[in-house]
Structures are given as structure tokens and as C-alpha cells.
Design a protein around this ligand. Structure first.
Ligand code: FAD
Length: 332
């Protein structure tokens, strides 16, 4: 199949209530490099209520062009409105590849677009490259719990789609007043085509989490098993006057807010005492705790890598061990 008419690299710059999600600008950084390798233009696609400023800024962050779609129906994200707009744009302009931030909305939009456009999607990428000889994007993403990095190609369909985790790339440098073309596309989605409606927005009350300055941290990982499982972690933290941390796996499961994440893409910590409960000790987690004076690990797997970096290790079920620790500490 010939893909000659599919050109250019698009970055979907997500907005919500006329505010930009930073990952959109972040993606313009690898986007610039990839577009240059492809000999293509870097195009920012900005959809929202009133978001021309965001399109202008995308150009200042390095996009050659911005495609702008504005309308009341895009003020808040809905799968239908956004996927209809994106399909219309793709059918008209035929991009070769599209980068989408792996936000909640991006993780919804990407698969819907892949279905609508009958193409592939590589979800949750942490690395991006372009194989100029084959003319394909090379998407990299962790597989098997982060133990393998998989390189994924989508050679038989266009556009090639990928969602990319926020925070993996840094925003490019902003060049104020940088010029580029903004193409306004008049696409409107009728109310009866939109099957979902935002009724109410309930803001999450962000807890103040000061992990960087904490002297004692008790962290929970996937081994904690659930949001309720964090009860025992909080109880131990309470009796020790500690701050609660978490692995990325626990955060991604939605058991605890992201502000608690420790590690490469979370906080780097240096407490006097770090207690890792049900955390395997993946390199990205270990990278954030190496400044701790003393690391205690509780894990039921004696071969868990966390024991390689721990000063003290307890092999066993955290739900058995932590209550014993709490009882003993209370007696002191
Ligand atoms: P798992 O690896 O699933 O480990 C769970 C552990 O719990 C296992 O060792 C198991 O034996 C133990 N367990 C299960 N049940 C019990 C029980 N009842 N009692 C005791 N032990 C039990 N991770 C981070 O943490 N922070 C980061 O900042 C981070 N950044 C990343 C950045 C990138 C680019 C990538 C690719 C990955 C990143 N990760 C990060 C993810 C990392 O690779 C691991 O996937 C993650 O740390 C695993 O979390 P975990 O140890 O909780 O889960």
C-alpha cells in the first residue's frame, strides 16, 4: 500500500475549559526532531472552546503550523465531539503520524481514533523515533510491568497513532513571536451526535504532600492491592509521624493521588527512614530513594530487587507484618 499522500507529523495539543494540558507542548519537543527526520512539517492540532492563544503558543514552542478547531462543543472533552473532529481533519489533511498525550482524555481519544481510522495505536509510549529507511515511526513502551521495553511499528496503516506519557519529555524552548500558519477549520458536531454530557465537575481536594522534606516515609506499591489496602500504610505512617509515599503502579491503579509518587517520574526523596511495602524495587522507583539514610523493605517475594537496595528486609505479607510493627511501636 502506498502512503505517499500521508505527510506531516501532528501533535494533538489537548485543552480543557480553554486551558492547555502541558503534555501537548512537551510533545512538540520530540515532535520537532521526528518531523525533521521525516522531512515533514510539525503540525499542532488544537481543539477547544476559544483556544487561538494556545495554537499561537504551540507555534512559539516549535510547531510549523497549527490547525485550530473552535466551538462550544469542544469546551469540555467528549469522545464523540473530539473523535469526529479528528477524523474529519485526518481525512482531509492525511498526517503520517499523530502524537497524543496519555492523559485521561488522550487515553480515551487515541483508541477511538484508531477504530474510526482503522489504524494501529501504540499506547503509553516512553520513547519515540523514526526509521527513515522504512518510513515508519518506532514507538517504545514498557511491557511486562516495565521489565521489557517493546519497540512497536505500525507499517501497514496510516496515520500511525501513539499516546505518550506526560512528563517523559521536557517542553521545548519558547521563542516569543515565532511565526507560523494557523489554519482554522470550521468543524461542528451537532448536539445529537454527542452521546455524553458533563453534568458536574468535582475537584479533587489535593492533599499537601511534602515528600522531599519528610524524615520518615512509608510507601506502598502494587502489593498493597487496593485503595483500602493503603489504610494499613497510613496507620503505620501515623504512628511513626511519617509521610505516605507510593510507587507509580499504585498511583496508576488510582489507589492514591499522584502527588505521593516516589521515583524517576515522581519525587526524589532523602528521608532518614524509607519503608517500602509491597514494592518490587524497579529501577525507576529505586532511582528516587537512593538518597535515603536507611531503607526497610517488606515484600513477600524473597527475590524482589528491592532487597538489593534495602538496608533491612522483611520477607512476608505486609498485611501480617505491618500490624505487628504498629503494635510494637505503640508499646514504645
Ligand atoms: P510491582 O512491580 O508489581 O511489585 C509489587 C510487589 O509487591 C512485588 O514485588 C510483590 O512480590 C509484592 N507483593 C505483592 N503482594 C504483597 C503482600 N501482600 N505483601 C508484601 N509484598 C507483596 N515507578 C515508580 O515507582 N516511580 C516512578 O517514578 C516511575 N517512573 C517510571 C518512569 C518510566 C519511564 C517507566 C518506564 C517506569 C516508571 N515506573 C516508576 C514504573 C516502574 O518500572 C515499575 O513498574 C513500578 O515501580 C512497579 O511498582 P510496584 O513495585 O508497586 O509494583
Amino acid at each position: 500500500m502506498s502512503f505517499e499522500e500521508y505527510k506531516n507529523l501532528w501533535v494533538f495539543v489537548e485543552t480543557e475549559e480553554n486551558e492547555v494540558k502541558p503534555v501537548g507542548y512537551e510533545l512538540l519537543n520530540p515532535g520537532r526532531e521526528l518531523a525533521d527526520k521525516m522531512g515533514a512539517k510539525l503540525v499542532a492540532v488544537v481543539i477547544g472552546g476559544k483556544v487561538e492563544d494556545i495554537a499561537k503558543k504551540a507555534i512559539e514552542y516549535g510547531a510549523d503550523e497549527a490547525i485550530l478547531v473552535e466551538g462550544d462543543e469542544y469546551f469540555n472533552y467528549t469522545t464523540d465531539a473530539y473523535s469526529i473532529a479528528m477524523k474529519t481533519l485526518v481525512d482531509k489533511h492525511k498526517p503520517s503520524a499523530i502524537l497524543i498525550g496519555a492523559t485521561n482524555n488522550g487515553r480515551d481519544l487515541g483508541p477511538k481514533m484508531a477504530c474510526d481510522l482503522n489504524t494501529g495505536l501504540t499506547a503509553d509510549c516512553t520513547g519515540l523515533d523514526y526509521d527513515a529507511e522504512a518510513g515508519n515511526m518506532v514507538w517504545t513502551r514498557p511491557a511486562f510491568g516495565g521489565n521489557l521495553m517493546a519497540m512497536i511499528l505500525c507499517p501497514d496503516n496510516r496515520p500511525q497513532l501513539g499516546t505518550v506519557r506526560p512528563g517523559v519529555f521536557k517542553k521545548p524552548e519558547l521563542v516569543e513571536g515565532r511565526e507560523g500558519t494557523i489554519t482554522r477549520e470550521d468543524i461542528h458536531v451537532a448536539a445529537d451526535q454527542i452521546r455524553t454530557k458533563l453534568i458536574e465537575r468535582i475537584e479533587e481536594v489535593a492533599e499537601a504532600v511534602n515528600l522531599e522534606e519528610a524524615e520518615i516515609i512509608v510507601s506502598g506499591g502494587r502489593g498493597v492491592g487496593s485503595e483500602e489496602g493503603f489504610g494499613v500504610i497510613r496507620e503505620l505512617a501515623d504512628v511513626l509521624g511519617a509521610t505516605v509515599g507510593a510507587s507509580r503502579a499504585a498511583v496508576d491503579e488510582g489507589w492514591i493521588p499522584r502527588a505521593h509518587q516516589v521515583g524517576q517520574t515522581g519525587k526524589t526523596v532523602g528521608p532518614k527512614l524509607y519503608i517500602a511495602c509491597g514494592i518490587s524495587g524497579a529501577i525507576q522507583h529505586a532511582a528516587g530513594i537512593s538518597g535515603s539514610d536507611c531503607i526497610v523493605a517488606i515484600n513477600k517475594d524473597p527475590d524482589a530487587p528491592i532487597f538489593d537496595v534495602a538496608d533491612y528486609g522483611i520477607v512476608g505479607d505486609l498485611f501480617t507484618i505491618i500490624p505487628i510493627m504498629i503494635d510494637q511501636i505503640k508499646k514504645v
